[in-house]
Write a protein that binds this ligand. Structure first.
Ligand SMILES: [Zn+2]
Length: 208
């Protein structure tokens, strides 16, 4: 945009620009959306909204940490799933992100444990196995209570690469390694799957 008066490029006041830049840090949010969000804040947030928003940002950074056992995000040292003695400790379902745990928990169809990798292997982004919670998983699997590892990474290239890597590492062990697949579309992101699709994906898991 150019100023009608002086024909110099128009700039937002610095505070607005800073907010736009902050919103642009979110995945999938481009300049236009960030501008919309920023102006929404300017026009529609009152003091209480602003304080609540700042406080929620501050609180998640202060209170939320990965579970020491499985990497699932929690506000305690050990997450509720790991603490729950009624869960089937023979099974560990491996997901990319904490939000995938939430999605699968909502289906009420899985009673085992989880392990959150915190991402997937992606050489083009410089993310290798050493950048993920893989070492922690292998350490955990030394406990013989665990008998099955269910690979539930997304059906994307990165998810498949990660599944293949884990399969290769776990091949030599006595663990049963399975991969969910059935019903999920290629490139499917677990977080977007509906309950029935996830149920079928879990039920139809196959030995890797
Ligand atoms: Zn946990």
């Amino acid at each position: 945009m150019v100023c009608q008066e002086c024909s110099k490029p128009m700039k937002y006041p610095e505070a607005i620009q800073q907010l736009i830049d902050s919103f642009m840090r979110f995945p999938g949010v481009g300049r236009k959306t960030a501008e919309r969000y920023a102006f929404y804040v300017v026009n529609h947030f009152d003091e209480a909204d602003t304080v609540a928003f700042m406080e929620s940002l501050h609180r998640v950074k202060q209170e939320i940490k990965p579970c020491e056992t499985c990497g699932n995000l929690t506000d305690e040292t050990t997450c509720n799933v790991c603490k729950d003695k009624t869960r089937d400790r023979r099974k560990i379902l491996v997901v990319e992100e904490s939000k995938d745990v939430m999605v699968i928990e909502k289906t009420n169809m899985y009673d085992g444990l989880y392990h959150v990798l915190n991402g997937a292997i992606s050489p083009s982004d410089g993310i290798g196995p050493e950048n993920l919670n893989i070492k922690e998983l292998l350490e955990r699997l030394k406990d013989e209570t665990h008998q099955e590892v269910i690979l539930a990474m997304n059906l994307s290239e990165e998810g498949e690469t990660t599944a293949m890597y884990l399969h290769r590492v776990l091949e030599k062990t006595d663990l049963l390694v399975t991969r969910i697949a059935y019903g999920l579309p290629a490139g499917g992101n677990i977080s977007y799957a509906d309950e029935m699709t996830l149920f079928k994906a879990l039920e139809g898991r196959k030995k890797y």
